[in-house]
Design a protein around this ligand. Sequence first.
Ligand code: SER
Length: 593
Amino acid sequence: MERLTSSELRQAYLNFFKERGHAVIPTSSLIPENDPTVLFTTAGMHPLVPYLLGEKHPAGTRLTDVQICVRTGDIDEVGDAFHLTFFEMLGNWSLGDYFKKEAISWSYEFLTKVLGIPVEKLAVSVFAGDEDCPKDEESARIWQEMGIPKDKIFFLPKKNNWWGPAGMTGPCGPDTEMFIDTGKEKCGEGCSPACDCGKYLEIWNDVFMEYFKNQDGMFEPLKQRNVDTGMGLERTICILNGYNSVYETDLFDFAIKKLEELSGRKYSEGGDVTLAMRIVADHVRTATFIIGDVKGVTPSNVDQGYVLRRLIRRALRYLKKLELDGSAMQEIAKLYIEKYGDVYPFIKENGEKIISELELEAERFSKTLEQGLKELEKVLTHIQGKVLPGKTAFRLYDTFGFPLEITKELCAEQGFSVDEEGYHEAFRIHQEKSKMGAEQKFKGGLADNAAQTARLHSATHLLNAALKKVLNDNNINQKGSNITAERLRFDFNFDRPLTPEEIKAVEDFVNAEIKKGGEIICEEMTVDEALSKGAVGVFTSKYGEKVKVYTIGCSKEICGGPHAANLSELGTFKIVKEQSSSAGVRRIRAILE
Ligand code: SER
């Protein structure tokens, strides 16, 4: 087979499904809009959850895309042949449209005809059945009809052949997975795609999404039967080209080459050098995408910002092993911006921001890295036994900005482990102390922190309504919201700065609503009812489940609360800043006086 490039695979995939009635949709943000249980978009289906639950998708019932994803659960595995913290997932969906027959036969056709994989090299797995869902004889039969011999069809349990939900709850179902049989000897009697001996390499997954896992862990039938498929771009390119690892693909080879040039070392040296180059290449690419995302974040100590910080700092530490520093990180990031800019224009648009944030974070970390390393060295020569106390690990975090995994890795290099439980305990005690401190600060000054936040939250709903009205654009939607006791911060899609007149008009609109006064009403209803009443918000709740709808003056929004009790509590609304947040997204900071 000729060498297959990433852009060829993207194109071939999207074209194939376009020819079969699928609308090609753009990737969604890496930061999920609608799922508070996970920090990042982890699969192509993730942004489509509302539609898998029954909401109508504007592009129809057959969709295809390439979704950018981040998964950091396996961060420790990065450095092996396949594990990545960022990857692109090719996918096609049926939203209550086609089901097993079409999904499987198209998968077969794409693999054998478009990618030219000989049928003898394919193996598949299907769901073996359990108390939640019957054995998937139907998929097995369809595979057989396609020409996959019986001994290449493996029935596997939920652990292997069930996908989802993406968060704690959500749509999920049995799947059928497709593997390349590498031709290696079986590792034993029971050798199957379930074992990781390397004989079978997974390239695609068709999920038959007909269940909803609820909060009690029960599987309820969904209103509609969907298909959700996912093919990892990097992995597939690697396997089809017969490379040893994803780092040899055209998505990484240039970054590795640059690292070789800058460090004067060879990727092929093996051991620590290969590992360091792989980790740097992976982490810098992920950081580039997290900062450059349409809802991009910057390094911080919370949520996505903290994942980003850890990735950057870990990359810096591995760069140090190659005797390189933050400037090498920027060089690599520039190459990624160049490589991905055409496929994902926002990466190019946010190019400067990406580079400057990486630079800033490297500066911050370099200030404390040396000191922290010295401190750790000192502690390790003095402790009894081979376990670093949790309190010390916390001090390294708190004073020197060492994420736990860095401390763990540094300790492991010298044969020490870390008391992780002790670390989390120290973290918790610290948080409680600072919370108490914050409460003290508010005593006497701002009497009631929570109530003020609730008032600002209510003002946020009015602001959302005001923007739609004043800018005369019903497509304006919330892109992010962050409220402290001092101010609200609201991000929304709009592609130019607001004029001073518009800002004034938005303030006047909100203040007029506040002036009218009146109770803030919270009602529970189904998503359908909420929709029919014209409520705005993110319709992610499971079908049939009740959601809360807040009526605040002229605004109706699906929201979890809490809110003020009456509009008269809000005071006077004032916008203190209006600025760009990222490409096509504006950010407003406002207060209540
Ligand atoms: N959601 C499934 C996966 O991530 C198929 O797209 O594998």
